[in-house]
Design a protein around this ligand. Structure first.
Ligand code: NAD
Ligand code: TYD
Length: 367
C-alpha cells in the first residue's frame, strides 16, 4: 500500500505545532486538487490546548488523536491507518524552568518518546515501496539550546557547533537529536533535524518570557526579570519558524540539520522594556503610569545560559528561507493578539497554571 498525502504532526496542540498546522492548512488551502491532510497526535499536557485549533473543527483535512508519543501501539496504529508521507515531530516538554524543578517528564517525552516515534517510523518505512521510502520524511524539531551558551563575542551557533547542553531540557533535546541522527546514519530513514532559536507569537503558553510579561503588564503585576536581565536570546516570529519547517520538509536534504533563527538578538531587559511601551500605547493606564515601574529583578535561573544566537546561513543559502517578520512588528502583532484573545488566556490559566506560577516565583527572592 502506498503512502497518502497526509502528514502526522506530534504536539500539534502546543504553541509552535498549532501555528504550524494552521499555517500548513492555509498554505496548502489553494491546492484543492491535491490537499494534504494533517493528523495531530497530542497528549494534551498542560501546554496542549484544543482551543488553538478550534478553527479546524469539522475540517475534513484535519483529525486529532489524544495520545502519548511513548505509546508504541498507538503510534503504529496511526501510521497503519493514515499512511502519512511525513512525520513532523514537535511533541516535547519545552520549558527550561520546569525541567529544573522536575526533569523526569523531559527524559520520558523528549528522549524516550522520540525513540518510540523513530522506532515506529522505522517499522512503517521498511514496509513502503522504494519510491515512497525515498519520498518519506521524518522531521525532528529541535532547539538551539543543545549548543549551550555563548560569550558576548563568540560567533553564532552553526550546524557544526559541538553540542554542550546545560539544562535538563537542553540535554533531553540533545539526546533526541542524537537518536534522530543515528536513525538516519544506521537505518537510512530520511530524517531531518531543525534547531531553532526562541519563538514568540500567538498561542504561546504564558509561562514563557514574552507572553508572561505581556499578561503581567496588562494586569499590573510584577515583571520578574531573572538575574541582571542581560541574558540574550535570538527571537523568531513563530510563523517564520513554520515557513522554515515547510521549506525543510519540501526541499531539505535527508540526514542534514538546519539552524533556524531570527538574526534578532535582544537582552531580556530590552524585550521587557519594549513590551511595556507597547502595552502602555495599546492599553494606557489611567494617569499614564508607565508599566516599566513593574519591572522586578528576581533570583536567577540556576545554570542560566547567557547568550544564544543562530547562524542561519545554511537554510538561507540552500533552501532560500529567511524570516519575513522583524522583531518590532512581530512583537506588536503578538501584544495585539494577547489583547484580543482574553477567552484563550482564561482557558489556559487553569489551576495547574496558577500552581506553577506560585511555585516558580515564590521560590525566587526579589533582588
Ligand atoms: P509546547 O510546550 O507549547 O507544546 C508541546 C506540545 O506537545 C503540547 O501540545 C503537549 O500537549 C504535547 N506533548 C507533550 N508531551 C507529549 C507526549 N508525551 N505525547 C504527545 N504529545 C505531547 O512546545 P512548543 O514551544 O510548541 O515547542 C514545540 C517543539 O519546538 C518542541 O520540540 C521544542 O523543543 C521545539 N522548540 C521550541 C522553541 C520555542 O521557543 N518555543 C524554540 C525551538 C524549538
Ligand atoms: P524562556 O521564555 O523561558 O525561554 P528559554 O529559557 O528557553 O530561552 O526565557 C527566555 C529568557 O527570559 C531566559 O533568559 C530566561 C528569562 N526569563 C525571565 O527573565 N523571567 C521570566 O519570568 C521567564 C519565564 C524567563
Amino acid at each position: 500500500m502506498s503512502t497518502q498525502d497526509t502528514i502526522l504532526v506530534t504536539g500539534g496542540m502546543g504553541f509552535i505545532g498549532s501555528n504550524f498546522i494552521l499555517t500548513w492548512i492555509k498554505a496548502n488551502g489553494a491546492a484543492v486538487l491535491n490537499p494534504t491532510s494533517v493528523v495531530n497526535l497530542d497528549r494534551l499536557t498542560y501546554a496542549g490546548n484544543p482551543a488553538n485549533l478550534a478553527a479546524l473543527e469539522g475540517n475534513p483535512r484535519y483529525s486529532f488523536t489524544r495520545g502519548d508519543i511513548c505509546d508504541a501501539e498507538l503510534v503504529a496504529s496511526l501510521l497503519r491507518e493514515h499512511r502519512p508521507r511525513a512525520i513532523v515531530h514537535f511533541a516535547a516538554e519545552s520549558h527550561v524552568d520546569r525541567s529544573i524543578t522536575s526533569p523526569e517528564e523531559f527524559i520520558r517525552t523528549n528522549v524516550h518518546g522520540t525513540f518510540v516515534l523513530l522506532e515506529q517510523a522505522r517499522a512503517y518505512w521498511n514496509g513502503l515501496s522504494p519510491a515512497d521510502k525515498e519520498n518519506f520524511r521524518f522531521l525532528h524539531v529541535s532547539t538551539d539550546e543543545v549548543y549551550g551558551t555563548l560569550g558576548p563575542h563568540d560567533p553564532a551557533f552553526s550546524e557544526t557547533t559541538p553540542y554542550a547542553p546545560n539544562s535538563p531540557y537542553a540535554a533531553s533535546k540533545a539526546g533526541s537529536d542524537h537518536l534522530a541522527r543515528a536513525y538516519f546514519h544506521t537505518f537510512h530513514i530520511p530524517v531531518l533535524t531543525t534547531n531553532c532559536s526562541n519563538n514568540y507569537g500567538p498561542y504561546q503558553f504564558p509561562e514563557k518570557l514574552i507572553p508572561l510579561m505581556i499578561l503581567n503588564a496588562l494586569e499590573g503585576k510584577p515583571l520578574p526579570v531573572y538575574g541582571d536581565g542581560k541574558n540574550v536570546r535570538d527571537w523568531l516570529f513563530v510563523e517564520d519558524h513554520c515557513a522554515a519547517i515547510r521549506a525543510v520538509l519540501e526541499r531539505g536534504r535527508p540526514g542534514e540539520t538546519y539552524n533556524i533563527g531570527g538574526s534578532s538578538e535582544k537582552a531580556n531587559i530590552d524585550v521587557v522594556h519594549t513590551i511595556c511601551s507597547l502595552v502602555d500605547e495599546m492599553r494606557p493606564e489611567p494617569g499614564s503610569a508607565p508599566r516599566t515601574r513593574l519591572i522586578t529583578y528576581v533570583q536567577d535561573r540556576p545554570g542560566h545560559d547567557r547568550r544564544y544566537a543562530i547562524d542561519a546561513t545554511k537554510i538561507t543559502r540552500e533552501l532560500g528561507w529567511q524570516p519575513a517578520e522583524k522583531f518590532e512588528t512581530g512583537l506588536r502583532k503578538t501584544v495585539q493578539w494577547y489583547l484580543e484573545n482574553s477567552a484563550w488566556i482564561d482557558s489556559v490559566r487553569t489551576g495547574a497554571y496558577r500552581e506553577w506560577i506560585a511555585k516558580n516565583y515564590a521560590e525566587r527572592l526579589v533582588l
